[in-house]
Design a protein around this ligand. Structure first.
Ligand code: URA
Length: 294
């Protein structure tokens, strides 16, 4: 019977593995549980430190004790390194196939507590070869019911924004930071974002858009790992390339704008959002329409 890890240690280990994963490190090797040089039975004790060592024996003993506790063998649950396996879409050139593999890997996800209240997982929708990708926060009630992002009131406004840019919804790709509806439409919590955002990063890496538009503060902060205000983050491009993505891809430019739900609450900011979209259109070489949107 495998022993289970202390939850705090398990969380810390999972966090470290996730960090390595985001850094593009996927291969991990499990240390043999029996490490002769550091086990109680080992003969290489501080007393046996060779005379040529310049370290005083008392210091050496302390160091040895520290090293010993640092590598004390722990039997881990079999699934702890699940995240460290090579990504199924690695080396898959076709974005549609890569997205399918990412969706399959997500499965009937129960990785975080948002799974408990959801009706449908909202993976993402649109053109797998889109040059432009929009990233929102998380599904609302309509999205949860239909399994598609931005289909409610905020979605109608996003559709209008896309149309105003001279594009169709099916030309772009739309996804969220979290793929399950937070209860009562609350902001997703950091642990939920951390659990789910690697899938978003993989979607972006599969699609390789030219531009990613972060809709609102949650998307901006999670994609950029910056905690400035939305006002400070808007108005410029950021270089954006998920760790581990195709080395031959130069990466995307990332722009930040207001979330459509916020624009519904404060329509006076629509002009500012339009400026953000115009910056994106200019970069993508999209001819600005004659008339600005309502
Ligand atoms: N708001 C979001 O952030 N995403 C959706 O999919 C819908 C509303």
């Amino acid at each position: 019977m495998p022993r289970t890890l202390d939850p705090e240690l398990r969380r810390a280990l999972a966090e470290r593995v996730r960090y390595c994963h985001e850094m593009g490190i996927y291969d991990f090797y499990r240390r043999e549980p029996h490490l002769p040089q550091f086990t109680e039975a080992a003969s290489d004790t501080a007393e046996n430190v060779p005379a040529f060592s310049s370290t005083p024996q008392s210091e050496m003993r302390e160091e040895m004790a520290a090293r010993k506790s640092a590598v004390a063998p722990t039997i881990v649950e079999d699934n702890i390194f699940e995240i460290a396996l090579p990504k199924p879409e690695s080396g898959v050139a076709d974005p549609a196939t890569a997205l399918k593999l990412i969706r399959e890997d997500l499965g009937d996800c129960t990785r975080c507590k948002l799974s408990k209240g959801r009706t449908k997982i909202v993976f993402g929708v649109g053109n797998p070869r889109a040059e432009l990708m929009f990233v929102g926060e998380g599904p609302g009630a309509d999205e949860d019911a239909q399994g598609e992002p931005f289909v409610g009131r905020a979605g109608q406004l996003l559709n209008n924004m896309i149309k105003a840019m001279g594009l169709r919804r099916e030309d772009v790709y739309i996804a969220n930071v979290v793929k399950c509806r937070p209860p009562g439409n609350r902001t997703p919590e950091p642990d939920e974002c951390d659990t789910c955002s690697p899938f978003l990063m993989r979607q972006i890496a599969a699609i390789k858009p030219k531009v990613v538009v972060a809709l609102g503060a949650t998307a901006a902060k999670n994609l950029l790992a910056m905690h400035s205000s939305l006002g400070e983050l808007r108005g410029r491009f950021y270089d954006f390339k998920p760790a581990g993505s195709d080395p031959s891809w130069a990466g995307a430019r990332l722009a930040v704008t207001y979330h459509p739900a916020y624009l519904l609450r404060d329509p006076r900011q629509k002009g500012e959002a339009w400026k953000d979209l115009q910056m994106v259109m200019k970069y993508l070489g999209i001819e600005p329409p004659k008339k600005a949107p309502e």
